[in-house]
Every structure is written in structure tokens, then in C-alpha cells.
Design a protein around this ligand. Structure first.
Ligand code: ZN
Length: 153
């Protein structure tokens, strides 16, 4: 771990790298504490809920984007004020947490998967917007005009 960087385990144990400036360490700590907010803490079914959340994080670019963006946005605004908003919103894209179209992530983050935020977002929109609409397909028995012509020759 580099100086002033932070990491959190799936179970919520936070580590902050020694060294770096005080504001770098503060940014890292606040960032990891936002992740900690999403870690299941209540003991009921915790052995199931923690791997379930980890599965979402590893397999979805969209989920990763929102969690990392929120974590960095809150950290940046707390430490640097509102001029940190742009850094927070760009953070997941700039640091290889997700892609717009390509699946997977940087080789360093090979364990992280997902189809890209645009494809996942489109899937989410169709599920949310179109799931309530029913479609009916009507069939008429017969042969296609092209097929009929070909059989004549
Ligand atoms: Zn993070």
C-alpha cells in the first residue's frame, strides 16, 4: 500500500498507509469510512450478506461506480470543499474501477468484472422502465412470400 492510500476488507477492517500528507490520509480515511457504511454490520446473516455485497462489487461496473464515486465525492468535499466535486465524480473512471463500454477493468484490478457502465445502465433502464409493459406477439399460419416464390422455381 502506498503512503496515504487506504483499503478496506470485505468485513470492514480499514488500513491507511503510513506516510503521505495529513490531507491525503484524511481523504483515504473518509473514503474508506463511506465504504464501511455499506458493509453489513449487524450479525444476523452477516456470513451471507458480506459475500453477497462483495459479489455485487466485483461483478458490476455500475455498482462499483456509484460506491466509489460516492466515497470519493464525500471525502473530497469534506477535505477540499466543493472544488473536489469534479475529482470525486471522475475518480472511478480515472482509477480503473470501471469502463464505459469494455468489460473488465485494468489488469491490476483483474478480479473486478462487469460489462461497462453503459451496457449495465441500459440493462437497468430496460428492467425498470419496460418490465411493467406486456408485449403480445401474434402469429399467422402460412408461408413467407419469399419462400413461396423460391419454391415455385
Ligand atoms: Zn474506494
Amino acid at each position: 500500500m502506498s503512503p496515504g492510500e487506504g483499503e478496506i476488507s470485505w468485513w470492514g477492517d480499514i488500513k491507511i498507509g503510513a506516510g503521505g500528507t495529513a490531507s491525503e490520509r484524511a481523504l483515504a480515511l473518509i473514503h474508506e469510512k463511506v465504504h464501511l457504511f455499506f458493509v453489513p454490520k449487524l450479525y444476523i446473516f452477516r456470513n451471507i450478506r458480506v459475500p453477497y455485497r462483495a459479489g455485487y462489487y466485483v461483478n458490476s461496473s455500475l455498482f462499483r461506480y456509484f460506491e466509489e464515486m460516492l466515497a470519493e465525492l464525500i471525502a473530497q468535499v469534506t477535505v477540499n470543499g466543493f472544488r473536489g466535486i469534479g475529482i470525486g465524480v471522475r475518480f472511478p473512471l480515472a482509477n480503473g474501477y470501471m469502463y464505459l463500454l469494455r468489460s473488465g477493468a485494468e489488469p491490476y484490478f483483474a478480479g473486478r468484472k462487469g460489462r461497462g457502465i453503459i451496457i449495465e445502465g441500459a440493462g437497468l433502464m430496460t428492467t425498470v422502465l419496460l418490465s411493467g409493459i406486456s408485449f403480445q406477439l401474434w402469429f399467422k399460419e402460412g408461408t413467407l412470400p419469399d419462400a413461396e416464390r423460391r419454391s415455385d422455381q
